[in-house]
Design a protein around this ligand. Structure first.
Ligand code: BG6
Length: 499
């Protein structure tokens, strides 16, 4: 049974409160935690943005936003009203320091409270907002600052942000969000590896052939083309989400779940990634950009059309990554992510090696290697492919079967959104599921030569039709190694025997 342990009373200040992230993710997450009694009723949400509107107008905006973004079954009008009463709005300019009196007065009413400053703004405001917090004497011992990704757009800018924020907040007070780490099924990877004896003992190069990580989306760039075009899939998804998944899969067992114990192990993986320079980039990475095609059952425009201009920004990337360590020597990790792919699916595939020797006759059929598929979203679950004896007479014939768990069926529960967990962890001061400074910088250090190689290359990204699995070169990337991408959960369906 899920246990709800209330957090201490807090004041949560959201900068960038009128933005999409606040309305689509943060408010629904806070609403759910409030509804379930995890947020004590005296806590306040102080929304800060430049717009001159007042508290009543902001409450109305939030009410409307919640009605739009919450699933119907979560909406309770009485709770919604009580929740909105906890919201105050202050108009201020995060960069210039104009209009900070309102915030100072509100926070001054409860100087002893935990303060969570959530910066849902563009990263160039992180430094200025923190400086203004300090100048207005708003940073107490019990304050935390939450930074949304991206932390910069390269190593230099990430360091500059970390330096600026680090002058004002201690590392234990800084919560760098990678919302993938807040997903239940991503945390489940740790349970899978470290709460079961059967996997961890097999989790190395002697037994594992390769690993695949796919994070596919059907959406295009929606209303975010301005941000996305400066970012691209490598910065937007690989530098953070996919590398974090890779870390959880490849890290050594931490000595505990303490924040630093876990983050030390992840950092070692990031440092062990085989560097990809200009030469390797040409053979180990495929970048693509969606053209027009059919996605989500309708015909959709190309990226260039969505953007309104020609661009060399990648909306798809596939990579072959290697981890230079005893555990993983010779085991490739194939990563791919993209927009306008055929399905929204995030999954991890651990492909075990083929049998070293078969005692079965040729008539028994091929023995297929074991494969563990962990579905992170949607339809969260796990499948393990095993070889079994085909039942009935006719000699010993082999047939694949699968162990299959659907978490929804097994646990019959709503999966909380990643932000619910992460926001409560920030209030509690638990940084385990947040990125430490050195992790963010190590990830940029690995990604940067790839960005450089692309910048220097005359080749644009390869076009792929929307609704396909990316450029054909991405298929060749893995097939060159005599392996194939795991295309669909249903691949694993084993046909019933005839008769
Ligand atoms: C965000 C990216 O971090 O993650 C988006 O900026 C992407 O481009 C999103 O769509 C995917 O998150 P989720 O939780 O929908 O899988």
């Amino acid at each position: 049974m899920a246990q709800i342990i209330p957090v201490n009373v807090f004041d949560g200040v959201v900068f960038g409160a009128t933005g999409d992230l606040t309305q689509r993710k943060l408010m629904p997450a806070l609403y759910h935690r409030f509804r379930d009694g995890q947020i004590p009723p005296d806590s306040r949400i102080i929304a800060a943005a430049r717009s001159k509107s007042g508290t009543e107008a902001f409450r109305a905006l939030t009410t409307e936003g919640l009605r739009r973004h919450l699933p119907q079954r979560s909406l309770d009008e009485a709770v919604l009203q009580r929740f909105c009463e906890r919201i105050e709005y202050v108009a201020l300019d995060g960069a210039s320091g104009e209009g900070w009196e309102g915030l100072t007065t509100l926070l001054g009413q409860h100087p002893e409270r935990i303060r969570v400053f959530y910066l849902a703004t563009s990263p160039d405001l992180y430094g200025p907002i923190c400086r203004n917090l300090q100048d207005n004497k708003l940073v107490s011992e019990a304050s935390r600052v939450v930074l949304e990704k991206p932390i910069g757009h390269d190593l230099r800018s990430a360091r500059a942000i970390n330096d600026e924020v680090g002058k004002i907040f201690a590392e234990r007070q800084i919560f760098r969000i990678d919302h993938f780490l807040g997903k239940e099924t991503v945390q489940n990877l740790m349970a899978l590896r470290f709460a079961n004896t059967i996997f961890e003992r097999l989790w190395h190069a002697d037994v594992i052939d390769h690993v695949q990580i796919t994070v596919a989306e059907t959406v295009g760039v929606e209303g975010r083309a301005g941000y996305y075009d400066k970012s691209g899939a490598l910065r937007d998804m690989v530098q953070n989400h996919l590398l974090q998944l890779l870390c959880l899969l490849a890290m050594e067992p931490p000595i505990s779940l303490d924040a630093d114990a876990v983050r030390d192990e992840k950092l070692k993986v990031l440092r062990a990634l085989r560097p990809i320079g200009a030469q390797e980039a040409a053979t180990m990475i495929v970048r693509g950009q969606y053209g027009q095609g059919v996605a989500d059952g309708r015909s959709v425009a190309s990226y260039a059309k969505d953007l309104g201009a020609a661009s060399r920004t990648e909306t798809f990337v596939a990579l072959k990554v290697e981890v230079n360590s005893w555990r993983w020597a010779g085991v490739p990790f194939y990563l791919r992510t993209g927009k306008r792919l055929p399905q929204k699916v995030s999954e991890v595939v651990v492909q075990f090696r083929t049998l070293p020797f078969s005692i079965f006759s040729r008539n028994a059929g091929e023995s297929e290697p074991n494969r563990l598929v962990v579905r992170l979203q949607p339809n969260e679950g796990m499948q393990l492919k095993l070889m079994t004896k085909d039942p009935g007479p006719g000699g010993l014939r082999l047939r694949p079967a699968r162990l299959d768990i659907s978490f929804e069926e097994a646990f019959a529960t709503r999966y909380p959104d990643a932000y619910e967990r992460l926001l409560m962890d920030a209030v509690r001061g638990n940084t385990t599921l947040f990125m430490r400074r050195d992790e963010v910088e190590a990830a940029w250090r690995w990604v940067e030569p790839i960005l450089q190689a692309w910048e220097d290359s005359p080749e644009p990204p390869r076009l792929y039709p929307a609704g396909s699995w990316g450029p054909t070169a991405a298929i060749a990337l893995i097939e060159r190694d005599s392996r194939t991408w795991h295309e669909s959960w249903d691949d694993e369906v084993i046909p019933a025997a005839a008769g």
